[in-house]
Design a protein around this ligand. Sequence first.
Ligand code: CO
Length: 211
Amino acid sequence: MSSINLQTIFENNRQWAKKKLAEDSEYFKKLSAGQNPDILYIGCSDSRVSAEELMGLKPGEVFVHRNIANMVPNNDLSVMSIINYAVDVLQVDKIVVVGHYQCGGVHEAMQSKDLGLINPWLRNIRDVFRLHKDELNDIIDEDLQYRRLIELNVQEQCVNVIKTAAVQRANKQRGLTVHGWVFDLQTGRLIDLNINFAKILADIMEIYRIV
Ligand code: CO
């Protein structure tokens, strides 16, 4: 991959701002007036999975959080702050956790190696494997097992989202919903895993009910 000249970025930016103003002379005035996104997107930091572009959404339409392997660890202050802010202040009514096939983070978690500082982060993915090891160990094909772990990881991160008080409250008060999707880099398609939100919510409420 060729290296990007930083000057090019400033030139791109000038062109972009000019184009936006040509389309709508009030564009930045409106943009700076405030944000009112409807969706919180939690996805992977992978450079190939660019949230707004693949969903066809414009600036102002989606609140975005990205980290390695689209994780929602219960004690991660960053993702927990994002969820609380998006739900309580921005009043989003949809949360999407978006994984992707060929996720390097998930791949690393499937290897038996010491990755130093990143170990505790990837351990959350190993926990997903442990929770679903019967199903995963039955999959002989390594590629299929990798794909399935990516899907199950999305599902478990949705569960972590649902465990929060803010989400339970917003679901009760205004019908906020949580969705699990996977982006397929080979086809460019976004796949809805159709996680059974109502059932997951009912199941985990037995133990995780907060509100
Ligand atoms: Co990834």
